[in-house]
Structure formats: C-alpha cells, structure tokens
Write a protein that binds this ligand. Structure first.
Ligand code: FAD
Length: 376
C-alpha cells in the first residue's frame, strides 16, 4: 500500500475498480465508435460516488484529493483515458467551489455531483492555446447580461456539457488583465456546439468546438471577480497538472503489467519474447522509471492534499510523467510486433490516447518555460 493513501482511499479504490469493470469495460469500444460516452454513464458514476469526490458537503461527497486521485488512477490503469470525469470533478467543480458565489455553488455543484450536469472548461480558441491572452471571444456588458461572441475549440466533454466555464475578454485594452470567466449553460439562444472532433486517440471523448453568437449570459453567471480570470486560472493550475501526471503514471503502470504478460505468453523462434534480453531490459527500464516517477508523484499528491503543491513542482510532475509515459508506451508497443498496431490490443489505444497528455493542460514546452523561470 502506498503511504499517501489511507484505508478509506483503498476501500474506495476497490469500489472504483468494480465500477470500471462492470460499467465501463464492457461498453468502451462502442463509445469509441460513437465518439462520445453516454450521459447515463455519468449518472451511474454520480450514484456510485465517483464524481466531485473532493468537493465538500453539501455540494459534493466530502472526500479529499486522494479520492479524486483514486478515480483518475483507476480509469487510467484500466486504459480508459477517454473518460472525462477528471475535467468535470478536478477542474470545473473546484473553479465553482473556490470562486463561485453561494448561489452558483448551489445551482451547479449538486447536479454535477449526481452526474446530471456535465462540466467542461472552454479556454482554447483557434488562435489562442498556449497563449491565452490572445483570446478573441468577447463578453460585453449590456444591462443585466453579458453578450458573448466568439468560438472555442478542442473542448473536452463539449458535446455532453450542460455547463461550460468560458474564458472571454471583458476589457481588450488590458490584455491578460482584461479576461473573465463565465458559467454558460447549454441551451442559451445563440450558443451552439460542433460535432465531436475526429482525433487520433481518445475516441470516446466528445471533444468539440463551441460557438457563441450574441449569447446573452445573465450577469450573475460571471465566475469570480471580473477581469480576474488569469489569477484564477493560475491558482488552479497545480492541481490540474498533477491530475494529468497521475493519469500518465497509472496508464504506464497498467500497460507495463499487460506488456509483461504478453511477452510471457508470446513465443518467437521457440522462445518467449520475455526471454530475449532486449525485452527484459526494456521492461526493467520501464519499471525503474515508473517506480521513480511514482515516488515523486506520491510526494506531489501528499503536498496537494496538504495544500502545498507549488506550480513549478506541478509542472515538473506533468512534464516528467507525460514524457516518460510517451516514450515507454512506444517501447511497450514494439514488444507486441504487429499486434501492437491493431486496435483490438489495448497497447495501441494507450499509445494514441497518451499523445494528447503532452499537449493539453499546457504543452511540454510550456512546462519547460515554467520550470526555467525558477532560475530567474
Ligand atoms: C485532446 C485534447 C483535449 C483538450 N481539451 C481542452 C479543454 O477541455 N479545454 C480547453 O480549453 N482546451 C483544451 N485543449 C487544448 C489544449 O489545451 C491546447 O491544444 C494546448 O494548450 C496547446 O495550444 P495550441 O493547440 O493552440 O498550440 P500552440 O499554442 O499553437 O502551440 C504550438 C507549438 O508551439 C509551442 N509553444 C507554445 N508556446 C511556447 C513557448 N513559450 N516556448 C516554446 N514553445 C512554445 C507548443 O509547445 C507547441 O509545440 C485540448 C487539446 C487536446 C489535444
């Protein structure tokens, strides 16, 4: 048992594993073909207590980030990187919890905890990804409303989202200091969504574009103070990046076990693939790196649970975890020969799904920039 987790976390892990085995595994291929997970899955996850675990009662389940980590890890270990629970629970919900008014929390957090409302975060635009101060989506105040115009892209959970937290410029002259966040509900006139985007991996994830054409958003849907989005985003980043790092590490561990088993079972030139020294060295290297990564991430997790994880350490965690995952999954896929390239083997899916982790939540280059600043 890892020292960062308590008994209640481990009991919860058993429950999450059962949920993953019974509610996700049998249907996942179907959802990948459909390009979306059914809303019914979210309601089942809500009933089983898998959403908003770290959100305090009465809005959420009253656990801590250790419970969130368990959900993140068990989905990733079982090779279901295309299920968007973490953005919902570890990104959207904390924004509402930490910066929402009492009314906003009351209105959106309980239905999110029950899986009735699905959350998305809409920052990226065609012309603004790493450089978010370049966002063009505009929100202009008009009496009791803000009028929203613009477009977002690559939005995880976008098709299913009943609530999107949208980044928009409220004062273009102020650049990064003139950005605000809005809680935008599905169904408002002028708010439309594109179809799920065709991606090279994470096929069950309903990543899409969102369009805002004179959408009148009630003024009480502004999240936090106006023009303060950058401060809000910055304060939340460490947890979000740790969540991605935890996904990467657990996916790597899950696939390493599978690959080791495959190489025990498969014979080539009358020898098991694992009997070749090259295979054992690759497996050994994977275990050596993933063990070191795990120790570091558990320390980050402990810091996060104590409220002490700093942005530079979180960037180090995301950079290392996702880069190591990418390199090692590539090595593991090679051990499967042609079967590694076939969709029916999990390793191919893991390899393609993992590629996005070095891009979203801040690219590896952006992580290097952040870490580099610690020398200033
Ligand atoms: C599967 C997936 C899901 C996503 N989900 C969401 C979501 O839910 N919500 C959301 O808002 N966004 C989401 N994104 C968007 C994601 O956060 C952006 O793609 C990412 O931030 C990079 O932005 P970009 O694509 O515009 O690339 P760019 O910013 O155009 O980057 C292009 C290249 O320039 C490099 N670069 C950028 N800045 C620097 C620098 N300072 N120094 C050196 N190199 C640099 C980058 O590393 C990259 O290699 C998702 C993306 C994907 C692929």
């Amino acid at each position: 048992m890892r020292r960062v987790f308590r008994d209640d976390h481990e009991l919860f892990r058993d429950q999450v594993r059962r949920f993953v085995a019974s509610e996700i595994a049998p249907h996942y291929t179907e959802w990948e073909k459909a390009g979306v997970t059914p809303r019914a899955l979210w309601r089942r996850a809500g009933e089983e207590g898998l959403l908003n675990c770290a959100v305090p009662e009465p809005y959420g389940l009253g656990g801590d980030f250790g419970h969130s980590a368990v959900v993140i890890e068990e989905l990733a270990r079982a090779n279901f990187l295309g299920i968007g629970f973490s953005i919902h629970s570890d990104m959207v919900a904390p924004y509402l919890l930490n910066f929402g008014t009492g009314e906003q929390k009351e209105r959106w957090l309980p239905p999110m905890t029950r899986g009735e409302t699905i959350g998305a975060i809409a920052l990226t635009e065609p012309g603004a990804g790493s450089d978010l101060k370049a966002v063009r989506t505009r929100a202009c105040r008009d009496g009791g409303h803000y009028v929203l115009n613009g477009q977002k892209t690559f939005i995880t959970n976008g098709v299913n989202a009943g609530l999107a937290i949208v980044l928009a410029s409220t004062d273009p002259d102020q650049g990064a200091r003139g950005l605000s966040l809005f809680c935008v509900e599905e169904g408002l006139p002028g708010y439309t969504k594109g179809a799920a985007l065709q991606k090279i991996g994470q096929h069950s994830q309903d990543t899409c574009e969102l369009y805002f054409d004179d959408v009148r958003v009630p003024a009480d849907c502004l999240l936090g103070p106006g023009n303060a989005a950058f401060e809000i985003l910055t304060r939340e980043l460490a947890r979000e990046r740790l969540a991605i790092a935890l996904r990467a590490a657990a996916s790597l561990e899950g696939m390493l076990e599978e690959a080791a088993q495959y190489t025990r079972d498969r014979k080539v030139f009358s020898r098991r693939v694992i009997d070749y020294q090259n295979t054992r060295f690759k497996l050994a290297n994977a275990r050596a790196q993933s063990t070191m990564l795990r120790v570091f991430l558990d320390d980050c997790l402990a810091r996060q649970m104590e409220g002490e994880l700093d942005p530079t350490t979180a960037a180090i965690a995301k950079l290392n975890a996702t880069e190591i995952q990418g390199r090692i999954l590539d090595d593991l896929l090679q051990m499967y020969g042609g079967y590694g390239y076939m969709a029916e083997y999990g390793i191919g899916r893991a390899w393609a799904d993992a590629r996005a982790l070095r891009i979203f939540g801040g690219t590896s280059e952006v992580m290097l920039e952040i870490i580099g600043r610690s020398f200033n």
